[in-house]
Ligand binder design. Structure first.
Ligand code: ATP
Ligand code: MG
Length: 455
């Protein structure tokens, strides 16, 4: 038998065994062909194996091809899918193309056509991957997409500069949305490893039972479902950088296995006997206090020390508010360009609102807010009333109110201010204000009267 190790892998999905046999007969030899009798089985295989191309039957019982296609695209939008259809269902084929299928073939199959379509799709996939790789390289290669000249950020740059050209292991910590992945990429793409892969692995989102084979890879037959050999992330990142995101979510037994691999700089694939040398730089990220996690015995202390050689702490946005204006300017420019808009900026008041707000979602939240503002407006200047409702309200209330004396007075004071801010937002329209406040307009009217607010 021919060695199938380096062949592109095709998954054929059809409820009729004879069709699957036909695919095998046509494509075997040039490709490695896996088969599935239905949508569910196909999705399981796709989650487990690295597949280069899927042939998908449109008409199947249980889950039909269109639904399977939708699920595949949700899982991996870059996976190429070719639909197989009976001649009379051209309309569904069109629908499939709109959903992201890259081509279709009609039954009964023309052998040469199937071969050509498969070869084309595989070639196209290869090109797309290369393009994506070079694009990500070009975008990430500089440091100037990291905005912020506050004292706290300068401290970060100072540390990063020192370690960028060596292979020091780095632990980036910071709240959600503070830019941990951004800094990790910047480090890699400015390091001596920049021409080698940057491989991110999100320890929180990969199912526990798959994580080990994701990290270390597996040999064909390592477990029941391993019909194919698969390279692990550690191996893929060889000579490059492995980014271990949300490292605190790594299960305890995996922590031990990872530690061993990092210390010995070698791995074995699951079910394999070969020892494979790996040379990777490790950057990990956490949004919890990992040191504390070690005290609570949730994280291995030895692994913690192994990962935390150089700590880089990203400050939350509320502790470096002086960076907010330049971040806004940066995102405005980017989204103006992306959406072809001409927003000139924000009014002084609106800017102050954004500075007052405390940004629990940090830079990601700020970026999303600006994206939404630019999407909803064509040109001119953004006013406070156009800001998202909760930011408008919270920033106003954050300016503080006099809570003196008893609880009753404090509540009254709060009610009064809250109603005032909501009214300001809706230009004094009491019907709209009552709706936002969740009370009847008569109740609002009475409340305003009792609080001494003008009607
Ligand atoms: N200093 C910065 N300048 C410009 N953009 C930034 C900066 N920091 C973060 N961003 C942007 O904010 C978004 C969130 O950043 P990133 O994904 O790196 O955060 P994270 O800390 O990894 O978040 P999480 O903990 O939620 O995974 C990204 O789109 C990133 O490009
Ligand atoms: Mg992240």
């Amino acid at each position: 038998m021919k060695d199938t190790k380096d062949m592109p892998v095709i998954l054929a999905v059809d409820d009729e065994p004879i069709i699957l046999e036909t695919f095998k007969a046509i494509l075997d030899g040039q490709f490695k062909v896996l088969t599935a009798r239905g949508g569910k089985e196909a999705l399981d295989i796709i989650a487990r194996e690295s597949i280069n191309l899927v042939f998908l039957d449109i008409k199947m019982p249980n889950m039909d091809g269109i639904e399977v296609l939708r699920k595949i695209k949700e899982y991996d939008e870059n996976l190429s899918v070719i639909m197989a259809t009976a001649t009379d269902s051209a309309r569904t084929a069109v629908e499939a193309m709109q959903l992201g299928a890259c081509d279709y073939i009609t039954k009964p199959f023309d052998v040469e056509k199937v071969k050509a379509v498969a070869a084309n799709a595989i070639e196209r996939e290869k090109l797309l991957k290369e393009v994506a790789y070079f694009r990500s390289q070009r975008e990430e290669i500089r440091f100037d997409n990291i905005i912020g000249q506050s004292k706290r950020m300068k401290e970060v740059y100072r540390i990063v500069e020192k370690v960028i050209k060596n292979d020091a292991t780095i632990l980036v910590s910071g709240e959600s949305g503070t830019g941990k992945e951004l800094i990790a990429r910047a480090i890699h793409f400015n390091s001596l490893r920049k021409d080698k892969p940057f491989i991110p692995i999100d320890c929180a989102s990969i199912p526990e039972n798959l994580l080990e084979s994701e990290l270390f890879g597996h040999e064909r037959g390592a477990f029941t479902d391993a019909t194919n050999q698969k390279l692990g992330m550690l191996e893929l990142a060889n000579e490059g950088t492995l980014f271990l995101d949300e490292i605190s979510d790594l299960r305890f037994d995996m922590q031990a296995k990872l530690l061993r691999a990092l210390e010995e700089k070698e791995i074995k694939r699951l079910g394999g006997i070969k020892i494979i040398k790996v040379d990777v730089r490790i950057i990990s990220a956490t949004n919890i206090n990992l040191k504390r996690a070690t005290k609570e015995r949730k994280f291995r202390e030895d692994l913690y020390y192994r990962l935390n050689v150089v700590p880089v702490c990203l400050p939350p946005l509320r502790e470096r508010k002086e960076d907010i204006p330049s971040l806004i300017e940066h995102f405005l420019r980017a989204y103006n360009q992306a959406f072809r808009k001409k927003i000139e900026g924000l009014t002084k008041d609106a800017l102050k609102n954004l500075i007052d707000y405390d940004w629990p979602g940090n830079i990601r939240e700020l970026k999303n807010v600006i994206e939404r503002l630019v999407a909803l407006k064509d040109d001119g200047v953004i006013t406070p009333k156009e800001l998202p409702f909760d930011i408008f309200i919270k920033s106003r209330l954050a300016r503080g109110f006099q809570a003196e004396g008893g609880l009753r007075d404090a509540c009254k004071d709060f009610e009064k201010q809250y109603i005032e801010v909501v009214l300001e937002r809706v230009d004094g329209n009491q019907i709209k204000a009552a709706k936002i406040l969740g009370v009847h307009r008569n109740a609002l009217f009475n409340k305003m009267k009792s609080l001494g607010l003008k009607n």
